[in-house]
Design a protein around this ligand. Sequence first.
Ligand code: HEM
Length: 391
Amino acid sequence: MTALAQLPFEQARPLQTAPGLRALQARGPVHKIRTAAGDQAWLVTGYQEVRRLLADPRLGRSHPDPASAARTGESVLFGGPLGNYETEEADHTRMRSVLQPHFTPGRMRALRPRVQALTSALLDELDRQDRPADLGEALAAPLPILVIRDLLGVPYQDRSRFRAWTRAAADVRDRARSEQGLADLFGYGRQLVARKRDHPGDDVISRLSATSGADDDEIAMLSMFLLFAGHETTVVAIGMGALMLLTNPQQWQALRDDPGLIPAAVAEMLRALGKGGGGIPRYARADLPISGVQIRAGDLVLLDNGAANHDAKAFPDPDRFDITRQAASHLTFGHGPRYCIGATLARIELQTVFSQLIPRFPGMRLAVPVEELTLDTGVLTGGLTRLPVTW
Ligand code: HEM
């Protein structure tokens, strides 16, 4: 009998896939593995399977006996089960119905001018910096927090505290730090909701307070969840997207020549950004077979959307970054009833970034060899530790 594959797969460099993962993926779509927390779980790597299971009600986020459930890691938010097993579906439906009206495509499109203005101001600042400069610090990290701040109506001066808390909450190794980060975010959220009730503004927290019928605790929880869900994910996407273009100068040039290609380029960045080796956690609510493998109720199933986005059956030559790719829709924002509420906003941010960055810094290039770049493996979302560029 072969030993179980152990997560995380050995560290690959940015834009590279762990060889262990692709070897596993070549053997089939479902694999018994051991998580970083030492527990057994199933890793699903096939595109069709991941897509189907993301929409399968027999898989959920909660567990009937959370204390005994297998875990992926120490992050409180994503390391183990979440929510009440009995009421999960109703709770989730309610959460979506409260949030969705504030994330309609129309509302998101109305944010575009603001995202453009914020991006342009950050690029002005970058232009004034000495070279080389860190594109992560100058653009990828601040933009999403500025956008969420505007969306939620969060004071700008609190931004560095946020970043510290969201990063702590996403810590995959240190449970106490992750718990403290979440508690800090929630405590802050409560204060903010109270302030918005007294002094409402044109923002999601004020509108939730006025219209949703939810109490302060629920609004604080939802707001901080949004902050967490929409922040670090987008930071990683902007950084990795920039790196993909900087290491493919002919595609950078193609976007310079024809900015109409930017939406397709952003879709390809989103597809290519996660290489797999983790994915979206679910717990089986019933015994179910997946491609001939028997999964038992209560088992942890990792729907590896990064690996699925590199399934050669759905994306021929999957490791090639190709902004003209005509392919199946990627699973980076998930699929089905939990499909990312902020997907339109994230796309707007990415499209805005590259629409402005490329014409303004047409000669931008990496300031170090790509081999010197490293990934931050201590947090859930990963991402580049730094991205030095010059122009
Ligand atoms: C590139 C950036 C982003 C990525 C890669 C991303 C990815 C995802 C994924 C994979 C899910 C599904 C999780 C699951 O099935 O359990 C999700 C859900 C969610 N995302 Fe995003 N997201 C991004 C940006 C955002 C933004 C900007 C916001 C809000 C401002 C946001 C808010 C949410 C929320 C509220 C959910 C939960 C939906 C639910 O459970 O029904 N995300 N996101």
